[in-house]
Design a binder for this molecule. Structure first.
Ligand code: A2P
Length: 273
């Protein structure tokens, strides 16, 4: 929890973040984030779309940990694809969190969630242009994207001559997005892995269960460690304190031969029922 990656602009980012997707606003989000901070997490990932920024902000404030010791990410809602819209939404995010700056701000998706696949190339450029200005003004320490394909990122680089610092994608054992992974590593874009446990699905994988026994770890710890071994930044989430603690205790190594076994697992979420 104390180790960090260094982004391409030199900003340090704790190697494990606490995810808050599907953590309901109010008591549950407040308590989960408070437990994460109490147990050593210093990186919290939220989004406007999660509707829990207010509780996340309160938990951070009430923790009494200095703001600059906690790395906080939020995201521009996927339907906002204009320059002005991005600026306004960023301001609203700051107000919800009650912060005067943000560590990382991401475009949540290349298209609105309800219009997946829509061509928003121009809108993404407009939104990212606003984010570059906010970054240069010191309001955000790093900026990036989420759920972007290599072509989506190329579009940003071509039009704005700026390489995003981060791409946050679904990444887990069975779904390691090798094409995007290779592309991002080549461009020095850090991959953040959301749903590192495959929303719980990968915990049931017999290969993972067997490996966990051999390492005297839990399946969750194998899955989270896998992300780190692959050079990505896992964002596990839980609303239970014992699991929050467990998910942060991944200071061990997975052997290359075992990583190869995990790499071979194919568990594409589109095939789940
Ligand atoms: P809960 O919040 O009830 O603990 P992901 O991070 O991939 O989205 O997965 C989150 C899901 O996995 C949640 O349903 C969470 O449930 C569950 N989960 C999180 N950590 C653990 C753990 N260590 N062991 C078992 N289940 C976990």
């Amino acid at each position: 929890l104390t180790e960090t990656y260094v982004l391409s602009n030199g900003v340090e980012i704790p190697k494990i973040g606490f995810g808050t997707w599907q953590v309901p606003d109010g008591k549950i989000a407040y308590e989960s984030v408070s437990m994460a901070l109490k147990n050593g997490y210093r990186h919290i990932d939220t989004a406007e779309a999660y509707k829990n920024e207010k509780s996340v902000g309160h938990a951070i404030k009430d923790s009494k940990i200095p703001r600059e010791e906690i790395f906080v990410t939020s995201k521009l809602h996927s339907h906002i694809k204009t320059y002005e819209g991005a600026k306004e939404a960023f301001q609203k995010t700051l107000e919800e969190l009650e912060f005067d700056y943000l560590d990382l701000f991401l475009i949540h998706a290349p298209w609105p969630w309800n219009e997946m696949g829509k061509d928003c190339r121009e809108g993404n450029v407009e939104a990212f242009k606003a984010m570059i200005e906010l970054y240069k003004a010191g309001k955000i320490k790093a900026i990036g994207v989420s759920n972007f394909s290599p072509a989506d990122i190329d579009n940003i680089i071509e039009h704005l001559n700026f390489v995003p610092h981060v791409n946050q994608i679904a990444f887990f054992v069975g779904h390691n997005q090798s094409e995007t992974d290779v592309y991002c590593k080549d461009k020095n874009i850090l991959i953040e892995a959301y749903s590192p446990l495959a929303i719980g699905h990968a915990l049931k994988n017999p290969v993972v269960i067997k490996m966990a026994k051999a390492y005297d770890k839990t399946p969750a710890q194998i899955l989270i460690r896998y992300c780190i071994e692959k050079g990505t930044l896992p964002l596990p989430k839980s609303t239970h304190e014992s699991r929050i603690i467990e998910n942060g205790q991944v200071d061990f190594e997975i052997k290359k031969s075992d990583l190869d076994i995990l790499d071979q697992i194919d568990d594409d979420p589109r095939k789940w029922n």
